[in-house]
Design a protein around this ligand. Structure first.
Ligand code: NDP
Length: 283
């Protein structure tokens, strides 16, 4: 039987509506959640991401500030801007669009953001909070993937979840969240020997490698939930995931398409984290 296609766009709209209610409740108390997005340099893809983030805030009636800094901005100037935003009461969430230019130390930048305003969830304190089961701000992409699983009623507790990829922004936090939901978790990397042995045993398979269509239907357990985080540009300009959708959908129980699966959830969870930051700051 063909898989249920997980409609990320529709679920993202539902989740945004839920968080809009929470934002409206804050606004009724005179508090408008505010997000500051800092971009350093002219990377075209980053500019698109930042524009979409600012737009999503506007849709929910959030305050947003878009700070554009030139590619030759000194690290000290960026840190000074972050310090200013850390003490700005109109701003509840701060995000520095990655990657930053090479002369800037990204770890130093992420650590400069107040953990209370760290809506990307990359500050070591928030990473630690997630690792110790006290999640405050989870990184937006894996957080969105978890919400997709929950909204689709995919059983997690006691299931074997396999995460392919161990990046700090997707794979590792995804694995921690699945563990927090009582899945038995395996993490695979480029060094894993016989990847298919693990993926074929997965009740939940999350793939975040950046390798176009590397997971094929024969690597998937019948009925599994397949979450494809990858976004790859093919030579013909079309987008595809890390999973070969056509063969995988014949085997899986649930599957996210690319585009239209995990992607729409990422910005939604950023907005959610901003509203949560405002709630935490004002309770
Ligand atoms: P990274 O390049 O940081 O990490 C990729 C991970 O995949 C690494 O851990 C790497 O292993 C692993 N890997 C690579 N090749 C293989 C392989 N053949 N077998 C097993 N594991 C492998 O990528 P990100 O986590 O940042 O992103 C992953 C994908 O998700 C990309 O396509 C990206 O565009 C997409 N993405 C989508 C987002 C969205 O909003 N939907 C947001 C963020 C990312 P090792 O550690 O051993 O090198």
């Amino acid at each position: 039987m063909a898989a249920q296609i997980i409609d990320g766009k529709t679920i993202a709209q539902q989740v945004r509506a839920e968080w809009k209610e929470r934002a409206d409740a804050l606004k009724a108390r005179g508090i408008t959640p505010g997000l500051a997005v800092i971009i350093v340099g002219e990377d075209p893809a980053s500019k698109v991401y930042v524009a979409n983030k600012v737009k999503a805030c506007a849709e929910l009636g959030l305050h947003s500030e878009h700070v554009v800094m030139s590619a030759d901005t000194a690290e000290a100037a960026l840190l000074a801007k972050i310090a200013e935003l850390n003490s700005d009461s109109k701003i509840h969430g701060i995000l520095v669009q990655l990657p930053v230019p090479k002369h800037i130390n990204s770890s130093k930048v992420l650590e400069a953001i107040s953990p209370d305003k760290d809506v990307d969830g990359f500050h070591p304190m928030n990473v630690g909070a997630l690792a110790t089961g006290n999640m405050r701000f989870a990184p937006c992409t894996p957080y969105g993937a978890m919400i997709l699983l929950e909204k689709c009623g995919v059983p997690i507790e006691g299931k074997h979840a396999v995460v392919v990829g161990r990046s700090n922004i997707v794979g590792k936090p995804m694995a921690l969240m699945l563990l927090q939901h009582n899945a038995t978790v395996t993490i695979c990397t480029s060094k894993t020997v016989d990847l298919a042995k693990y993926t074929r045993d997965a009740d939940i398979l999350v793939v975040a490698t950046g390798k176009a269509r590397m997971i094929t239907g024969d690597m998937i357990k019948p009925g599994a939930a397949v979450i494809d985080v990858g976004i790859n540009r093919l030579p013909d300009g079309k987008l595809c995931g890390d999973v070969d959708f056509d063969s995988a959908k014949e085997v899986a129980g649930w599957i996210t398409p690319v585009p239209g699966g995990v992607g729409p959830m990422t910005i939604t969870m950023l907005v959610a984290n901003t509203v949560r930051a405002a709630e935490r700051a004002t309770r």
